[in-house]
Design a protein around this ligand. Structure first.
Ligand code: SF4
Length: 225
């Protein structure tokens, strides 16, 4: 598998925020969000080949029950099927962090989907058209939420983005409010906390949740955390 990084940390976002977790980050993405906080897996993908056996050894050395598989877009990787079968056999709790544009029959205890709205499109770049064509796959979202326990994390940059979330949800009336999280866009702590104030209010009035970016609060925008 083409891997960007493997590390031991705590989950920084969503329902399991704060849970000690082993992270496997694949390199390569089919999208190009302008705000991507891991450009070394998307805009300028970097990585190294690492076998499943070697990844499993590294994960076991961390000693965490929870394993978070992220990217990039980890569902691009076919080897994730046997890899997650092995993680499941070893009793791990598996979370996938995905943009929800690809289906693959992996094992997952939580499908953590971050749908990319029109506010993610890198306007004025060579990627704008491809990104726009790929970012919304309703049939994929339906399969993922039907087949897995899931959460939805929406990246919010401006107040207008709240309307984007509401419109997106109209297409999926079965989604329960408890599975919806709003997450501020940003990679600096002061930027995030300022947005968190109005995002929290907006989420509360709609019965949704907010997701911190705990890893940025704890470690800053640092790779391998
Ligand atoms: S989907 Fe995720 S990894 Fe891919 S470009 Fe967007 S933010 Fe970056």
């Amino acid at each position: 598998m083409w891997i960007s990084e493997v590390f031991n940390s705590v989950q920084g976002e969503g329902r399991y925020t704060g849970v000690p977790s082993s992270f496997v980050r694949t390199s390569g993405c089919n999208l190009r969000c302008w705000f991507c906080d891991t450009p070394y897996t998307s805009w300028k993908p970097e990585g190294f080949e690492q076998s499943s056996e070697s990844l499993l050894l590294e994960i076991e050395s961390f000693g965490n029950e929870h394993v978070v598989i992220t990217g990039g877009e980890p569902l691009l990787v076919p080897e994730m099927i046997p890899f997650t079968n092995e993680l499941r056999q070893r009793g791990h709790f598996i979370t996938f962090e995905t943009a929800g544009t690809i289906v693959r029959e992996v094992q997952a205890d939580l499908m953590s989907i971050s749908p990319k709205l029109s506010n993610s499109t890198p306007q004025g770049t060579a990627w704008a058209e491809r990104h726009e064509a790929r970012r919304h796959r309703p049939e994929v979202i339906r399969k993922l939420i039907q087949n897995y326990s899931y959460q939805l994390k929406f990246v919010i940059d401006q107040t207008i983005d709240l309307e984007g979330v509401e419109n997106w949800l109209l297409e999926f009336p079965k989604i329960e409010e408890e599975n919806i999280f709003l997450m501020p866009q940003g990679i600096e702590w002061d930027q995030l906390s300022e947005k968190m104030e109005w995002i929290s209010e907006a989420a509360a009035t709609r019965g949704w949740n907010v997701s911190p970016r705990k890893h940025i609060e704890l470690f800053g925008n640092t790779r391998g955390t």
